[in-house]
Ligand binder design. Structure first.
Ligand code: PMP
Length: 359
């Protein structure tokens, strides 16, 4: 059977050359006589893989020396707790509510302190990024949290809030490595791996040095960034195989020209689909034009039955996982870095044909 075009929001498609390389090295890695999965995380061979993964990420994202890079477990969801546990001093933080993942981050942080929700786009089913008014920001907040790309609703910030000396913290799970960002604007960045980095089971944290080391006393050892910074992510067994696949993805991305190159490709891919949606008589995008995501593109026909028929027929034609999140309905095409341009152009061709056949 041929590979399908997989528009899943995550775990998502991986670059085929990465899968092929992993397959080639699966049973016997280099001269090791064993699989990466079977290696001690303390062995020189594995530490080399780990260091390459970390250094490639530093290079790709242009991460300055005063930031630490961690590969952890527990997904992005564990970061919803780790951030307040580690960054709270006044036990106060500002959050912007732009969707389900923001809400989950807010709910978790509320367990440990006072959360000021400075803005929300819930009034219009999170179809836009709210305007931020700095006069509503708390001057004594320990940090300011945003979800940079909203996987479910398909919105993304194109401008960052100016939080002055208050560290900006962001969930970058669904758009890390998809466009150039200035790390210096952030105190802490976290992301689950299963969209643009590699297989599920790895979470990446990029944290400014000065934010490490003042966790609340109640913080469990494993949830303290200091534990992981002090042991270079090897306090306990890291997700070794996932980090190895991430390394292969980073190599793939570097060969392609790095983040500036993939950003151009991503803008092209998303541009093609948005242009089609803007001109279609059947399909419509659901997001305010200025806030459209490059990674997650929700769309609807306005007719639930027709949506279901489209999803079914698309699947038969080899375009899978296009069903929208239950809170938005309709369809959603997640087109992360590994989705080839051809996947998007063929999807558009299929949509055009569906439009004609179902006039
Ligand atoms: N934040 C965002 C923006 C996400 O898209 C997701 C998962 N889709 C999460 C957090 C949760 O990630 P995890 O499943 O790795 O905990």
């Amino acid at each position: 059977m041929e590979r399908v075009y997989n528009f899943s929001a995550g775990p998502a498609n991986l670059p085929v050359p990465v899968l092929e390389k992993a397959a080639k090295e699966l049973v016997n890695y280099g001269e090791a006589g064993m699989s990466v999965m079977e290696m001690s995380h303390r062995s020189k061979m594995y530490i080399d893989i780990f260091d390459q993964a970390k250094n490639l990420l530093i290079e790709l994202m242009n991460i300055p020396d005063n930031y630490k890079v961690l590969f952890l477990q527990g997904g992005a969801s564990t970061q919803f707790a780790m951030v307040p546990l580690n960054l709270f001093k006044n036990k106060k933080a500002d959050y912007v509510n732009t969707g389900e993942w923001s809400k989950k981050a807010i709910a978790e942080a509320k367990r440990y302190g006072t959360i000021n929700v400075v803005a929300s786009s819930e009034d219009k089913i999170f179809s836009y990024i709210p305007e931020l008014d700095s006069s509503t920001f708390s001057s004594d907040a320990d940090y300011f949290h945003i979800t940079l790309n909203n996987t479910i609703y398909g919105t993304r910030y194109t401008e960052l809030p100016d939080t002055g000396n208050i560290p900006l913290v962001t969930d970058m799970s669904s758009n890390i490595l998809s466009e150039v960002i200035d790390i210096n604007k952030f105190g802490l960045i976290y992301a689950g791996a299963q969209k643009n980095i590699g297989p599920a089971g790895v979470a990446v944290v990029i944290i400014r040095e000065d934010l490490v080391g003042s966790a609340l006393d109640i913080t469990p050892t494993m949830l303290n960034y200091k534990t992981h910074v002090g042991n270079d992510s090897m306090f306990n067994t890291p997700p070794t195989y996932g980090i190895y696949v991430a390394k292969l993805v980073f190599e793939w991305l570097k060969d392609l020209g790095g983040v500036p190159a993939i950003q151009k490709i991503n803008e092209h891919k998303a541009g093609l689909l948005y242009e089609y949606l803007d001109n279609s008589n059947m399909f419509k995008g659901t997001v305010a034009t200025k806030d459209r995501s490059l990674m997650n593109i929700p769309f609807v026909t306005g007719n639930d039955e027709l949506d279901n028929q489209f999803v079914k027929e698309a699947e038969k034609a080899g375009f899978v996982n296009l069903k929208g999140h239950r809170s938005v309905g309709g369809m959603r095409a997640s087109i992360y870095n590994p989705m080839p341009v051809e996947g998007v152009t063929k999807l558009i061709e299929f949509m055009k044909k569906f439009e004609i056949d179902n006039k």
